[in-house]
Design a protein around this ligand. Structure first.
Ligand code: ATP
Length: 629
């Protein structure tokens, strides 16, 4: 991530870090809001299908009239007239069903598109720690499986269920209009259908949510195995990874089997109940026909209507399963909004300047104890401040807290006098930037990759930002700023990607820049040149650099040595060297001289710790040292 694109909001607690799932009421509200956003089209689709349903109910009624007419000794003309009526109603059914389906599908596509846009928007606003805790599998399953499932709910489910409900109501109305007595025969199907549906619905939501959850777990396991392929190979963890994969697949299979069991009980049961109303109409109709309470035509009309009702009813009940799945998917999509939190408590105050003030900051990751133990720091606006210390001391954690990506468990982090975590996301993005060594180059042109930081930047501005970070290669690209980067287009090496991230900072021009190993991918000389060039461009900005190369610390106005979650030393390079403490040891180790203190937490000598990043003494460092003295 190249910039501090993180939310100001504190994420709600989540079980095992998973993204939350919205409750029923919240899902219903989201569903209703989406429908209301397309009121006109919803009304149009309902209107057209209503006309189609009424037209479909006309045919059985006219059929009854024909039978009664013939039974009463009527002539052929009457039959012809009614037959024409049936033909007209059939044409009307086709025309209005076509028009209604067209409108409904357009409506469904629009709703589905709106939901997707909302989801992407929310994902982009998710706080960084929330995404890290949730794992990429959960978010990937929500976007690749839940979004299409919920999309199908809007595209197909909503129109089909609505149309089917309309048809059931119209056909029922027609039955009661013909004969309330025969209409009541439909009631025989109600108790078994209601009982079966209740049984199914009670179990389906949980079942489908579990199914989705286990799919996410499979995604997580696969992603972890792919990411850690080298580690797996190095430590011979193949069996362990295979077992982890088998366990998640077994859990998923169990969840799928459960929903399969629900379907194999529910749907055959329903099929059995459909014959009941027709049988009841024929039995009751037969009994009352001899009493003269109903005519033959009425019985025939109602018998046909009971069959007609069964198609939409079957549709509704079949869709219950898809609607359940769609609703479960929608609940998971809506859950992302909960993870995003609320900006309700965001402060209206704005930072006065780039002063960074930490007071008594304590922080613990969910999996362990405190890694920062009451850190207090005052970094005046415009200062170049370096943080050094052994691996695992808490430097990156400090960087995240200053950027507002995380909030301290105790204590405060203020920027320009305002709690950084309480700033609205957009404001904070504009004022504080965190650059780590992980960068993403989007599959897009170089220009697109840069203007992410500043929409309105012109070519001159983009080019001077690239020049400032030493990205000379950018000027040799065949199509200049219009050259496509990333993916198969033009893969950039890590150092070039880092330069793009640094150029973005210059364009974003925030008050506070936090560089967490932001030049680690560059070679030592390029790193120092880039840092100096950045320093010149960012003159007046507060720059907090987590330094693994001591030249960064040497160039800074002040340095904090962080050890085991506390600030062990604080001062300028010269002051700390004169103090002859841990920084002086680091500095000597950097130059290959013997050290007098042990800095590393893990018991390893400092010189080993530094060896990861140290340039060979006598090369660049020799020059630096000469300059320093
Ligand atoms: P390095 O120089 O190696 O990056 P650091 O000084 O930046 O180290 P941090 O990354 O801030 O140290 O880590 C401080 C402590 O917090 C370490 O003990 C580390 O193991 C732990 N830690 C860091 N990130 C997490 C995390 N996401 N979950 C749990 N513990 C973490």
């Amino acid at each position: 991530m190249s910039t501090a694109s993180v939310s100001t909001r504190t994420a709600p607690p989540m079980k095992s870090g998973r993204l939350p799932v919205a409750g029923r009421a919240e899902t219903r509200r989201a569903f209703a809001q989406l429908l209301l956003s397309e009121k006109g089209r919803v009304a149009g689709a309902i209107g057209l299908h209503l006309v189609a349903a009424v037209a479909a109910a006309v045919a059985p009624l006219l059929l009854g009239e024909i039978i009664d007419g013939l039974a009463a000794g009527g002539g052929v003309e009457g039959v012809d007239r009614l037959a024409v009526g049936i033909a007209v109603s059939c044409v009307a059914v086709v025309v209005f069903t076509w028009a209604g389906t067209y409108v409904a599908h357009r409506l469904g596509e629009r709703l589905s598109a709106r939901m997707r846009e909302q989801f992407v928007d929310r994902c982009l606003r998710l706080p960084m720690p929330v995404v890290e805790r949730a794992g990429s599998g959960d978010l990937m399953t929500r976007s690749s499986a839940d979004v299409p499932e919920a999309g199908a709910l809007f595209r197909d489910g909503v129109p089909q269920v609505t149309v089917s409900i309309l048809k059931v109501l119209v056909f029922l109305g027609a039955m009661f209009w013909v004969s309330p007595l025969l209409g009541l025969c439909m009631l025989v199907a109600v108790p078994p259908i209601a009982t079966g549906t209740r049984w199914y619905l009670k179990r389906a939501r949980h079942g489908y949510l579990r199914e989705r959850e286990t799919e996410s777990e499979i995604g997580d396991t696969i992603a972890a195995s792919a990411d850690g392929a080298r580690t797996t190979e190095a430590y011979r963890l193949e069996d362990q990874r295979r077992r982890a994969g088998d366990d998640t697949v077994a859990a998923s299979w169990g969840a799928v089997r459960y929903t399969l069991f629900l379907r194999t009980v529910f749907f055959p049961f329903l099929d059995g109940t459909y014959a009941l109303p027709t049988a009841a109409v024929l039995l009751v109709g037969g009994a009352f026909y001899f009493d003269g309470a109903v005519s033959l035509g009425m019985v025939a009309s109602c018998a046909v209507l009971t069959r007609q009702i069964m198609f939409p009813l079957d549709h509704i009940l079949m869709w219950i399963e898809r609607v359940q799945r769609g609703a479960a998917a929608l609940a998971r999509i809506e859950g992302v909004a909960d993870a995003e939190g609320s900006e309700d408590g965001a402060t209206a105050e704005r930072p006065a300047d780039g002063t960074v003030e930490l007071r008594g900051v304590r922080y613990a990751y969910p999996t362990g104890g405190d890694v920062l133990h009451g850190v207090s720091l005052h970094v005046p606006a415009g200062e170049r401040f370096a943080v050094v210390g052994p691996s695992g001391a808490g430097k990156s954690t400090l960087a995240r807290l200053v950027s507002g990506a995380d909030v301290p468990r105790e204590g405060t982090v203020h920027i320009g006098g305002v709690d950084v975590a309480a700033l609205p996301l957009d404001v904070r993005r504009g004022r504080v930037t965190l650059v780590t060594q992980e960068h993403h180059v989007f599959t897009a042109t170089l220009r697109d990759n840069l203007v992410l930081a500043k929409d309105e930047a012109g070519d001159d501005e983009l080019e001077s930002a690239l020049a400032a970070v030493g990205a000379d290669w950018a000027f040799d690209l065949p199509e200049g700023l219009d050259t496509r980067l990333g993916g198969t287009a033009r893969e950039l090496d890590a150092a070039s990607a880092q330069q793009i991230a640094l150029a973005r900072i210059i364009l974003a021009d925030p008050d506070v820049v936090i560089l967490d190993e932001a030049t680690a991918m560059l070679d030592p000389r390029a790193a120092r040149d880039t840092e100096r060039a950045l320093g010149a461009v960012l003159e007046g900005r507060t720059v907090i650099a987590i330094a693994h190369r001591l030249h960064t610390a040497h160039d800074a106005d002040r340095i904090a040595v962080v050890e085991q979650g506390v600030v062990a030393e604080l001062g300028s390079h010269d002051e700390l060297i004169a103090r002859d403490g841990h920084y002086a040891d680091l500095w000597r180790a950097w130059h290959g001289e013997p050290v007098s203190h042990e800095l590393a937490q893990d018991g390893e000598p400092v010189s080993h710790e530094l060896a990861q990043d140290a340039e060979p003494v006598g090369h660049e460092l020799g020059e630096d040292a000469a300059t320093a003295r």
